[in-house]
Design a protein around this ligand. Structure first.
Ligand SMILES: [Zn+2]
Length: 378
């Protein structure tokens, strides 16, 4: 069964790679953007709509599903694929990031993390073993190691202590993880300190030389975008060539571009759907806000170059009206477009890499400065 996991590297241009990540639930052409279904649903969308956006692999969160409805209930339903009726590949996040970012932490010890549920205040202890139990019950194709995810900024001493604990926790995850039809990805930590990233890579590869993939975590926790780019450019090329590399929680179009250039294969982020619910949509020339007065009589699609359901069926004026009238369908239509936009963007980069085209020739939209300008205009 384990042989179902295999990464095929098809082409490389500089550090950028095009490949296929094979999983028990099918292949994932890479680079790939994974839409996020935090509560086992991509907010405002059906799974059929997510599929129509071209998604091949999706992400859900062990932390949220553990708290509600409970991983045992999902297991009773036949596992996550059956529960949400998504038959393609799924990855579950271990809960590490959520415990450290969303929960009220009571105690962090070598054993694990005690925290209060953001839903009802109840107390819980998550250990590497508990995280593995939850993820094995959910039964996604890829489970993530339970890691400590320090905030930004931290001192180098704290970051080092934290990454060493993450390595010890990785060993416990490996010992406890028992599903042969599920890959376990370790997570590289080390905050913004490049020598600590090197240490984390070295220790992770020592402990888990045969993992089916590796993740870069501890980014997107509030550090400046330039630092994220430095970390990724520095870390990704050190990971094994013939394994998929997953950059956790990073997702503006510009971030994706930088990640692909650095040799990352898998991405996830709530950004495209979160900004959509607030009325923002992506275009090749920047992010726009649908409620702008200027779109009142704009009878063109959100993005004339886009082939998504929203762009082929509706106008900016209509979707603006839905937002003004507080109709939820507007949020769905922008979410569909934004997800499709990122997936097309990954597809375009993939085709360019496969064709041997110089990547510099592709449009490098979404420079942070440009984004800021657009935001100021809207
Ligand atoms: Zn569209």
């Amino acid at each position: 069964m384990a042989a179902a996991f295999h990464f095929e590297l098809l082409a490389q241009s500089g550090q950028a790679r095009a490949g296929v990540f094979h999983t028990p639930h099918g292949p994932v052409p890479t680079p790939a953007f994974m839409p996020v279904g935090t509560q086992s649903v991509v907010k405002t969308l059906t799974w059929e709509q997510v599929k129509t956006c071209g998604a091949s692999m999706v992400l859900s969160n062990a932390f949220h599903l553990y708290l509600r409805p409970g991983h045992q209930l999902v297991a009773e339903a036949g596992g996550l694929h059956q529960w949400m009726n998504w038959q393609g590949p799924i990855l579950t996040d271990s809960g590490g990031f959520q415990v450290f970012s969303l929960a009220n932490i009571n105690k962090l010890t070598e054993e694990g993390v005690t925290f209060q549920s953001p839903i009802d205040g109840s107390r819980h202890l998550i250990t590497p073993e508990v995280s593995m139990d939850i993820q094995m019950a959910l039964g996604a194709d890829v489970a993530m190691a339970f890691d400590e995810c320090p905030p930004y900024p931290v001192t180098p001493e704290t970051a080092k202590e934290s990454l060493l604990r993450t390595i010890r926790w990785l060993e416990r995850c490996q010992t406890h993880h028992q599903r042969a039809d599920q890959a376990l990805f370790p997570i590289i930590q080390g905050s913004t300190f490049l020598p600590l990233r090197d240490l984390s890579v070295a220790l992770t590869l020592e402990r888990a030389p045969d993992a089916y993939g590796y993740a870069i975590g501890g980014v997107s926790v509030g550090e400046p975008p330039d630092l994220v780019a430095d970390i990724v450019r520095h870390t990704a090329p050190q990971l094994p060539t013939h394994k998929p590399r997953y950059l956790m929680g990073v997702g503006t179009p510009h971030d994706l571009w930088q990640g692909v250039m650095a040799g990352v294969d898998l991405f996830d982020c709530v950004m495209p759907t979160r900004v959509a619910r607030h009325g923002a949509f992506y275009t090749p020339t920047g992010r726009r806000v649908i409620t702008n007065k200027g779109f009142e009589r704009d009878f063109t699609p959100l993005d004339p170059t886009c082939d998504c359901f929203s762009c082929t069926h509706h106008t900016r004026a209509y979707i603006r009206h839905l937002f003004k009238a507080e109709e939820n369908t507007g949020k769905s239509l922008l979410s569909i477009h934004n997800i499709r936009f990122l997936i097309r963007w990954m597809d375009q980069l993939r085709e360019a890499i496969l064709a041997g085209a110089p990547l510099e020739t592709l449009p490098q939209f979404w420079q942070p400065a440009h984004q800021a300008t657009v935001a100021a205009e809207s």
